[in-house]
Design a binder for this molecule. Structure first.
Ligand SMILES: [Zn+2]
Length: 254
């Protein structure tokens, strides 16, 4: 099979081989072994890099698939030069690897993944270092929300989760992270937290628009924080183990 792929994860495997989890355009997530890539200066190993679009030839096997050929097509070099961006990109890759099933093709996921790498690779003109970091942090969260949406974990943002009443932005609303959506004032319970109408509007926008188009939207840093908190809670209840790379982005966001 010839296809394009983006590496999600790399594992050590045998003495000189590596085992890759790759999101491919034509087969979704595929796991495959690359032989001999740990030896210095191998042709194959030089192309199997993180944060790259790679043209791959994958030989399907009975037990293991093998990567028979790889040519790097696009390298997102700005990510590789910035530790914050590396951490955010690894977080997006790890969440993707966690949620997507093996060999379930969805081209939208491939293009969304490509889009977040392009955004992380882009330059942002914020002068302040923290604001700059928050910009990329927000986009990583927008990515995660859009990914979860494509995988069928869409938060309910229009009707109260409990009584189905239309959510009115003029009233007080609450976020139910366990149920996965908004509830009205009457249906709230103590584990839910109040959610600002601006955040509800922004969450709706994230799910409606392309990732790139969100670059034009204005959001204050307070709103960003609230959005991240909401997404974190939503995500936590949909995981059964910790996403390891999360600790690096949390440490940096304070
Ligand atoms: Zn209700």
């Amino acid at each position: 099979m010839n296809t394009q792929g983006i590496i999600l994860r790399k594992y050590d495997f045998r003495e000189s081989d590596s085992f890759f989890s790759v999101y491919t355009l034509d087969s979704g997530k595929v796991e495959a072994i690359a032989r001999g890539v740990k030896k210095p200066k191998t042709k194959l190993g030089g192309h199997l890099n993180f944060f790259s679009i790679i043209d791959l030839r994958i030989a399907k096997g009975k037990i293991f698939n093998h990567i028979a050929g790889a040519v790097g097509q696009k390298n997102f070099l700005n990510i590789k030069q910035d530790l914050n961006k590396i951490n955010l990109a690894f977080y997006c890759l790890e969440v993707t690897n966690y949620f997507v099933n093996l060999e379930k093709k969805d081209k939208r996921i491939f293009y969304l993944l490509k889009e977040i790498l392009e955004i992380l690779d882009s330059k942002n003109n914020q002068k302040d270092k923290l604001l700059n970091y928050q910009y990329y942090l927000s986009f990583s969260y927008f990515y995660i929300l859009k990914l979860l949406n494509l995988l069928g974990y869409k938060p309910e943002l229009f009707n109260c989760l409990k009584c189905q009443k239309d959510i009115l932005l003029s009233e007080n609303n609450y976020f139910d992270a366990i149920g996965g959506g908004i509830v009205c004032e009457k249906c709230k319970s103590k584990e839910m937290f109040k959610i600002n109408f601006e955040i509800i509007k922004f969450l709706r926008l994230i799910l409606e628009k392309e990732l790139h188009d969100l670059q034009k939207e204005n959001i204050t840093s307070e709103q960003q924080k609230e959005l991240i908190k909401t997404t974190d809670k939503f995500l936590t209840y949909r995981l059964d183990r910790e996403i390891k790379s999360r600790r690096f982005i949390v440490k940096n966001s304070h």
